[in-house]
Design a protein around this ligand. Structure first.
Ligand code: CA
Length: 167
């Protein structure tokens, strides 16, 4: 199996550097972008397996980039990189179809574990199955993707809220 290809979209140089280095050291192929416009371009290349996406970005907002990714590649795994205290954005991201998120500051170990887990799930679950599940959710809670669940998790210190949607 060839190495998974990951795109890192993050405008803070120190964080981007750390994430890119950790991924490369683990054997992933990595492309990076420092703004949303460039990030969307990189993320939509055909060979990409997973996207790490900051939300507050120059040129194009992260949620906007996520919307475009979902339109073009509905099942491409996306993990949001987010700051503490921006829960609303995080919840919106999950509702828009992000697969998971990590809260800054995060450790390389945690990030790598989540990348691995999301990639594993995306292999286990072929595109058709995921699409079928996405289709079912709105009927259950009437609130769009994963509706009620993500909203319910509003306790103040939210370090590891599980971030799973709807299961
Ligand atoms: Ca940022």
């Amino acid at each position: 199996m060839s190495a998974a290809r990951v795109v890192v979209i993050e405008d803070e140089p120190a964080i981007r550097r750390g994430v890119v280095d950790a991924l490369r050291a683990t054997g992933y192929e990595v492309a990076e972008a420092a703004d949303g416009a460039r990030g969307a371009e990189e993320a939509l290349r055909r060979s990409v397996d997973l996207v790490l996406l900051d939300l507050l970005l120059p040129k194009r907002d992260g949620l906007d980039v996520l919307a475009e990714i979902r339109k073009v590649r509905p099942t491409l795994p996306v993990i949001i990189l987010t700051a503490r205290g921006t829960e609303e954005d995080r919840v919106r991201g999950l509702k828009m179809g992000a697969d998971d998120y990590v809260v800054k500051p995060f450790s390389a170990r945690e990030l790598l574990a989540r990348v691995e887990a999301v990639l594993r799930r995306s292999v286990d679950r072929p595109a058709e199955v995921r699409a079928a599940q996405l289709g079912r959710w709105p009927q259950r809670d009437g609130g769009g993707l994963g509706g009620g669940h993500a909203c319910a998790s509003t306790r103040p210190p939210p370090p590891r809220l599980g971030a799973r949607r709807g299961r």
